[in-house]
Write a protein that binds this ligand. Sequence first.
Ligand SMILES: *[C@@H]1O[C@H](CO)[C@@H](O)[C@H](O)[C@H]1NC(C)=O
Ligand SMILES: [Zn+2]
Length: 260
Amino acid sequence: MLFKVCTAVALVAASAMVKASPTPAPISDLEALTGRATPLAQVITKCTVPNNVALTFDDGPEEYIYNISRQLIAAGGKGTFFWNGNNYGCIYDEINVKRVKYAYAQGHMVASHTWDHKDLTTLTFDEIHDEFYRVELALERLLGVKPAFLRPPYGNYNNLVRQVAYERGQKLVTWDFDSGDSTGSTPAQSDAAYDALIKKHPSTILALNHEVYEKTAHIVVPHAIAALKKAGYELVTVAECIGLKPYQSVTSPQTGSWTC
Ligand SMILES: *[C@@H]1O[C@H](CO)[C@@H](O)[C@H](O)[C@H]1NC(C)=O
Ligand SMILES: [Zn+2]
């Protein structure tokens, strides 16, 4: 596949194909180029399996993953981690490799949050492919898995992003509840938001949290897990809560060391 290869040559070829434009190519241009209708990836906005809650954590790998994982496991649950390749730190740094391997070994679902957390709707076709590709490569190297889901940074996507996701075998995942931890909510406000939601007792919840905040890990997550368990919900991964497989393929991790 042409855009799978992240080399200067492939990138040049790709940008030549979709024409040298600073703005993302409109979908109609791509259809004109390929001469076929371009399918769009599915966007998962909620869980479908009744009584399921998927707690998701973005922007890691970070140090609080150990604490969050222990809490989930102690509650008989699993979580989903949407990781960047190079945002708070480089995923290939030894400290992050340990976090990645730990979370995967505990049975949580791991997925992509793009390489460096750009707003994908500002990128060109080949730049979007690259944002997907580098995280796929990292997870294949470190864990032997090819992710099947990607959460677009800021929840932002357009048809070009959906087309790339489709071509790379990934579904986009947003959320139907935001704890507010990355948008200025205090832990007390996040706790209250969880309480108000649980009081309404929706059939399913797909919740956005961030792995990178100490207060999320130490205050909000314990509160949310206790309240959700008390309300009788099951804490599962995103793949489980929609009845799909978490990965496109699973093989052995590679040995070696890499840099961002
Ligand atoms: C998570 O960290 C907090 C603060 O250090 C600690 O009180 C709590 O026991 C930890 N939870 C688990 C399950 O390790
Ligand atoms: Zn993010």
